[in-house]
Ligand binder design. Sequence first.
Ligand SMILES: NC(=O)c1ccc[n+]([C@@H]2O[C@H](COP(=O)([O-])OP(=O)(O)OC[C@H]3O[C@@H](n4cnc5c(N)ncnc54)[C@H](OP(=O)(O)O)[C@@H]3O)[C@@H](O)[C@H]2O)c1
Length: 239
Amino acid sequence: MHTAIISGVGPLEGLGAQLGVRFAKEGLHVLVAGRTEQKLDAVVAAIKAEGGSAEGVIADATDEAATEDLFARAGDQLELAIYNTGNNTPGRIIDMSADFFAESWRVCCFGGFLFGREAVKKFTERSRGGTLLFTGASASLRGRANFGAFNSSKGALRNLAQAMAKEYAEDGIHVGHVVVDGPIAGEKIKGRFPEYAEKLGEDGMINIGGIVDGFVYLYRQPQQAWTFELDVRTSKEKW
Ligand SMILES: NC(=O)c1ccc[n+]([C@@H]2O[C@H](COP(=O)([O-])OP(=O)(O)OC[C@H]3O[C@@H](n4cnc5c(N)ncnc54)[C@H](OP(=O)(O)O)[C@@H]3O)[C@@H](O)[C@H]2O)c1
């Protein structure tokens, strides 16, 4: 069975989890990776309840050995790898500790490097290519006051993805980047920032299913018509 790995899977009503649910419906065996067993169990149970195939893997994306182990579990049928991990890290530069800044970079960019490296190793091993996708944010494209750590690490991830797209195209590896330009209508915003979610309303937050559609579109593209980047935003977004 063809396999997908998704790094950065949390609550069921989150982007990582919903990528897992959709790609299981597309017929892939999905390895969902994150740091919290309980959340992964819920995602795996939801996938299995709909007849899909999945397993949860506890793996911190910034840990090299854990990332290598994650890819070792995928066997030789890996078709798709998605690096969705990436926490927002707001704060003014003047107040920011070096550790805070470095941790933002580790999660958003360094983890993407470890993940991308293991993915291309797997894809080139069996000479059949594959698809490697990264989740971006508004931060991937521009710097903004109070978000310097997140903007710089997401921007670096985007450049890494673009470099990999060019470096591995000849190996049949399609690398793509999805810019999620605005707040997602998921557990994170609704659960942690309910007042903000209410102020935005459903129309002011990006629909998760719509974002997932973008990933499926990239995954399904023929080798003669590859897109590197998609951006997704609501009609209300000021950009
Ligand atoms: N949420 C938004 O509004 C929004 C907007 C634009 C772009 N994005 C981008 O969309 C992606 C995911 O969005 P999301 O944050 O909303 O959450 P999500 O897809 O629902 O879940 C991502 C999960 O990744 C896990 N994670 C965090 N650090 C990790 C690490 N070091 N190793 C492995 N797993 C880790 C977290 O779960 P555990 O803590 O349980 O490990 C988190 O719940 C990110 O790339 C983000 O930058 C989000």
